[in-house]
Ligand binder design. Structure first.
Ligand code: PGA
Length: 272
C-alpha cells in the first residue's frame, strides 16, 4: 500500500469520459505535468478514479505517455464480498487485477443513489483492505444536517462505523475524504476555514481512535475543488489534499490543481 506524506490530489471522474476523451486527456495532462513539475521538490501524489471499464485503457494510456509512475489508478466502488452471485458487481481482487490500487468507498452519491449505509461502507472498507486496495473513505454531512448543527456528529458517526469494523490498525491504512454533500458538484466550496475546522475535528477523532499523533491518515477535502481554490485549501493545516470531481475532467485544470499540491507539504511532514 502506498501512503504519502505529501498532498494527495485525486480525480474522481464519476460516470464521465470515453475512450476518445481518455486518450486526449492523458496526453494533455502529460504535457502539462512535464512542463510544470520539473522543479517541484515534493510532488503531490496523484490518483485517478475513472469508471471501472476505463481502468485498463487508462493505465495503458498512462504508460504510453510515461505517466505510469506518477499517477495511481483506483476504482469508484467495490462489492463487500470477494465473489458470488452479485450480477453487475466487482470484487476488490478483480479491481486489483485490472490495475486499481486505490478505491473510493461510501461516496455520497453511492450513499444517496445506492442506499449505502455506514455498515455497508464499513464492510466495503474491510473488503478493500483484504484485497490490498487503499480505501478512501468518503464522509460528509448534508445541508440539512449542517443547518441543524449536526455536521460534526454525522461525520464522527460515519468514521466511527469504519473504525469499529477495521480497528486502529486497519483505519491507519485508509484515507478519509471529507466531502460536504452541499459542496459536491454545486460550485459551492466550503470556505477554507469551514473545511479546516471539520478536518481538525476529524484529526482529533482519528488520534483518539488510533492513538497516533503524527497525522499519518491523510484527510482530503472534496466538494467543488478547482484550480482557483486549491492552493488555499491545501494550505490549511489539516487538509491532506483534495478529491476533485468536475474539475478533474479538464486535464489543464487538473494539472493546475496538482501544481497547487506539489511542494505543499501536509501536516504529516511538518509535525514530524
Ligand atoms: P466536485 O465533486 O468536485 O464536482 O464537487 C467532488 C466529488 O464528488 O468527489
Amino acid at each position: 500500500m502506498q501512503k504519502s506524506p505529501t498532498k494527495v490530489v485525486a480525480g474522481n471522474w464519476k460516470m464521465h469520459g470515453s475512450l476518445e476523451m481518455l486518450a486526449e486527456y492523458v496526453s494533455v495532462l502529460a504535457r502539462a505535468l512535464s512542463s510544470q513539475r520539473s522543479e517541484a521538490t515534493d510532488r503531490a501524489m496523484v490518483v485517478l478514479f475513472p469508471p471501472i471499464g476505463y481502468l485498463v485503457p487508462l493505465s495503458e494510456q498512462l504508460r504510453v505517455c510515461g505517466l505510469q509512475d506518477q499517477i495511481v489508478i483506483g476504482a469508484q466502488d467495490l462489492h463487500p464480498e470477494s465473489q458470488g452471485a452479485f450480477t453487475g458487481d466487482m470484487s476488490g481482487a478483480m479491481l486489483r487485477d485490472l490495475g486499481a490500487r486505490w478505491v473510493l468507498i461510501g461516496h455520497s452519491e453511492r450513499r444517496q443513489y445506492h442506499a449505502e449505509d455506514d455498515q455497508l461502507v464499513a464492510r466495503k472498507a474491510a473488503a478493500a483492505l483484504a484485497a490490498e486496495l487503499t480505501p478512501v473513505i468518503c464522509v460528509g454531512e448534508t445541508a440539512e444536517q449542517r443547518d441543524s448543527g449536526d455536521a460534526e456528529r454525522v461525520v464522527e458517526r460515519q468514521i466511527q462505523a469504519v473504525a469499529q469494523a477495521l480497528g486502529a490498525e486497519g483505519l491507519q491504512q485508509c484515507l478519509i475524504a471529507y466531502e460536504p454533500v452541499w459542496a459536491i458538484g454545486t460550485g459551492r466550496t466550503a470556505t477554507a476555514a469551514t473545511a479546516q475546522s471539520m478536518h481538525a475535528a476529524i484529526r482529533a477523532q482519528l488520534a483518539g481512535l488510533t492513538g497516533e499523533t503524527d497525522n499519518r491518515i491523510p484527510v482530503l477535502y472534496g466538494g467543488s475543488v478547482k484550480a482557483a481554490n486549491a492552493a488555499e485549501l491545501f494550505a490549511q493545516r489539516d487538509i491532506g489534499g483534495g478529491l476533485v470531481g468536475g474539475a478533474s475532467l479538464d486535464p489543464q485544470e487538473f494539472a493546475a490543481i496538482i501544481a497547487a499540491g506539489d511542494g505543499a507539504l501536509s501536516a504529516d511532514v511538518t509535525t514530524r
